[in-house]
Design a protein around this ligand. Structure first.
Ligand code: ATP
Length: 293
C-alpha cells in the first residue's frame, strides 16, 4: 500500500475519531468521501473512497435463524478495527462472509470500491489480499520456523514449481523482515512444534504476512496466551497497523484497550454500537448485552 493511500486511511480515521470525540457515534456505513480521482494501478485495491472494506445491509440466515442481520460497516486503509460482542453475535459468520466461506442471502461486500467480494471464491479472495487467521494455530509442526514461512510463499503454486521453488533476494529480505516483526528471529531453525502457543500464533501471522495481505482478519488472536505473549501481540499489531488493515475479533478487554482506536460492537448480527472503547463501555445497551453490570 502506498504512503498516499495510508495517509487517506489515516485521515479517515482522524475524521472518525473527531466525530466520535464530538459524541456522534457513527454506526452507519454512510459518509463516503468524494473520490480524489487517483488512478489505481492494476492489482492494487482502489481505496480512493477511503475504505478498504465495505459491508452494507448484509444478511444471512441458517435454517431461518438470522445470524447476520442487515449488517453495515466499513474499514479505512491501514486501520486496526476491533470487533467485540457476545457469543453468537455473528463475528465469525461476518468473517466467513468477507472471506467467501459463507454467501450472504443479501447485501453488498466490497474490497476497496471496485472489488465485489460476493463475485469471488474463497481462494480468489485470499489471492486478492485478504488473509485470515483462525483462533487455533495451524502451523506445520514438523517444519522449522523458516520452512513454515518459506512454505507460505509456495502456496497457490503448482506442485512442480513448488518443488523447484527458491527464494529470490526480495523474498529472502521479506522473510528476514517478517521474522523480526513476529519476534521469532532467534528461533528461525526451531521446529514449529516446539514453540509456545503464543509463538505458534505469531508464526501463523508471519505466514500470512509473507503474502503481504492488504487486510488481515484475526479471530481471537490472544486466546490462551500468557500475559507477556499478549503484550507482545499487542506490540505486533500496533506495528502492522498502517502497513496493513486489520480486523481483530477479541473478548480480552485489556488487550482491546491497548490496541484499539475504533471498536465495533456486534449483537444479533448487526452493529449495536461503535466508538472508542470508553464510549462503547459506557453504552447502556453494550453493558446490558455484553459487558454485564
Ligand atoms: N453454519 C451454521 N449453521 C447454523 N447456525 C450457524 C452456522 N454458523 C453460525 N451459526 C449460528 O449463527 C450465530 C452466530 O454465530 P457466530 O459463530 O458467527 O457468532 P460469534 O459472534 O462468532 O460467537 P463466538 O464469540 O461464540 O465465537 C450463532 O447462533 C451460531 O450458532
Amino acid at each position: 500500500m502506498t504512503p498516499d493511500l495510508l495517509e487517506q486511511g489515516a485521515r479517515r480515521i482522524e475524521e472518525r475519531m473527531a466525530l466520535l470525540a464530538a459524541g456522534k457515534n457513527n454506526t452507519e456505513s454512510g459518509g463516503r468521501n468524494a473520490s480524489t480521482g487517483r488512478v489505481v494501478e492494476s492489482g492494487e485495491v482502489d481505496v480512493t473512497h477511503g475504505r478498504i472494506l465495505y459491508l452494507e445491509d448484509v444478511s444471512v440466515s441458517f435454517d431461518g435463524f438470522k445470524a447476520i442481520n442487515k449488517l453495515s460497516l466499513d474499514i479505512a486503509p491501514g486501520e486496526l478495527r476491533c470487533i467485540i460482542g457476545p457469543n453468537g453475535a455473528g463475528k465469525t459468520t461476518m468473517m466467513d462472509i468477507i472471506t467467501g466461506k459463507t454467501r450472504p442471502d443479501e447485501g453488498t461486500v466490497f474490497f476497496g470500491s471496485t472489488i465485489d467480494l460476493l463475485r469471488h471464491k474463497e481462494a480468489e479472495i485470499a489471492q486478492l489480499g485478504i488473509g485470515r487467521k483462525f483462533q487455533k494455530p495451524t502451523v506445520f509442526e514438523q517444519l522449522t520456523v523458516f520452512e513454515n514461512l518459506e512454505l507460505a510463499l509456495k502456496t497457490n503454486k503448482g506442485v512442480k514449481s513448488s518443488m523447484f521453488f527458491r527464494l529470490d533476494s526480495a523474498q529472502s529480505d521479506r522473510l528476514a523482515e517478517v521474522l523480526v516483526t513476529i519476534h521469532l528471529a532467534d528461533s528461525v531453525n526451531r521446529m514449529a512444534g516446539n514453540l509456545s502457543h503464543g509463538q505458534k500464533q505469531w508464526l501463523e501471522i508471519g505466514m500470512l504476512l509473507m503474502q503481504d495481505p492488504k487486510l488481515l482478519l484475526l479471530d481471537e488472536p490472544v486466546a490462551g496466551m500468557t500475559d507477556e505473549e499478549t503484550a507482545r501481540t499487542a506490540e505486533l499489531f500496533l506495528t502492522l497497523k498502517g502497513k496493513h488493515s486489520l480486523m481483530v475479533v477479541e473478548h480480552d478487554m485489556s488487550f482491546i484497550k491497548t490496541i484499539s482506536e475504533i471498536v465495533t460492537v456486534l449483537c444479533d448480527g448487526s452493529v449495536l454500537a461503535q466508538g472508542t472503547l470508553d464510549q462503547v463501555q459506557a453504552d447502556e445497551r453494550v453493558i446490558e448485552v455484553y459487558l454485564g453490570r
